[in-house]
Design a protein around this ligand. Sequence first.
Ligand code: C2O
Length: 535
Amino acid sequence: AAIKKYQFDVQVKNVSRLCHAKSIVTVNGRFPGPTIYVREGDRVVVNVTNHAQYNMSIHWHGLKQYRNGWADGPAYITQCPIQTGSSYTYDFNVTGQRGTLWWHAHILWLRATVYGAIVIMPKQGTPFPFPQPHREAEIILGEWWNVDVEEFVKKANNLGLAPNTSDAHTINGKPGPLFPCSEKHTFVMEVEQGKTYLLRIINAALNDELFFAIAGHNLTVVEVDAVYTKPFTTQAILIAPGQTTNVLVQAAQASGRYFMATRPFMDAPVPIDNKAATGIFQYRGIPNTVLPSLPQLPVSNDTSFALSYGKKLKSLNTPNFPANVPLKVDRKLFYTIGFGKESCPTCLNGTRFVASLNNISFEMPQVGLLQAHYFNLKGVFKTDFPDSPQTPFNYTGAPLTANLGTSTGTRLSKIAFNSTVELVLQDTNLLTVETHPFHLHGYNFFVVGTGIGNFDPAKDPAKYNLVDPVERNTVGVPTGGWTAIRFRADNPGVWFMHCHLELHTGWGLKTAFVVEDGPGSDQSVLPVPKDLPPC
Ligand code: C2O
């Protein structure tokens, strides 16, 4: 194993897109930021120095950070932010994981521009469990706003309104030639006929689940969220914010230039500018003047594509890569996802949006929850988060618009070390109609079941896949439906769980688990790093 060292200088940089120039926050002046390349088993040491005017923290999305929440990064959950002019060193081991993950800012909406890929190669001498690709490429999908993101979010919050949607989606920071002034902001990938390529696709968008396809080429999915899957071939993939998907693509056409394209999946036909962000898949030796053709992407409200795509995702589940699904459950949790409006006298319409789990909208603390837990500080959080809703109702029945009395609080759930947990996330028919990509820090989990309508504890568990369910760190909870996940709570610490739509996280759709220390000397949270930023 090696030590991989990186220096991340958080700094402002002028960038222009869509005929607009603005300054954005970056790492090392790059957009997207630098890729971290490691091998399974390596230790990664990233010194982050903040030269920008915003407080900063960086999250290594999907890395398990065993006993080491100090390196996880979500602001006010595992650390206080790195202030302007200060540094913090994230020091962690990459154990038992290989594939594609990513890193991003985890404070305010700064991950709009502060993000990059993490590529974890298998151990030396260990091949992929699929044909060796000729070459690999990272494809990071994102969003671009012409206005200053932090400013409009602040303004929208003050007025109690939903912030603007982005002006374009991007592929590796570039919207592609269908947008104004974007000819030169087009990602081009050169390929050779007959060769196979591994694309490491990351959805870094703030608020949109995305389809992705390449005209004239099939995609073979081989891994999601740094876990190998049973390979399957598809024309398009669906990927939620936070998720990663590795696909193999064969450059099997005779020649030509083909558009790769991405466009959002919404659960309702919302009037959005449906222009696809595009990049070019270009066969070597083809002149640039040949016009590419657009791939067929599913329509924006194609829920049946979404459902059938989700069903195809399964763990590889081979002797080398077994799916260790917990068969017996120690702790059953049932969380409703709710939306409503609460009164806000200073807001434009006297109300603002509020989102909740079990009718509790999460309130961010002033100090890091992990420190509060580790040092046993009183009064920072409570561990009385209810295991199920206090007032059950017909979650997906007639459209409901009331907020059912949402309360706010920093309430967490305490989980015994090494217990097996089943969590059913139930979407409700309150105000919004969107799939919610739920992300759990510190763990992967198995997606054992999903369905439309109300979860039925008497019938649905019998249909669970306990053999080869997909294992991941972020999962979409369908509109008006539910998703059941299982994991073993073997990683002590405080672990954030939230909707990876920044909009919803901001409105309170989040909570955290306190996983207690185990009895062994190597089963407790590691000592605090000396340079952990002070609050
Ligand atoms: Cu990718 Cu808590 O985030």
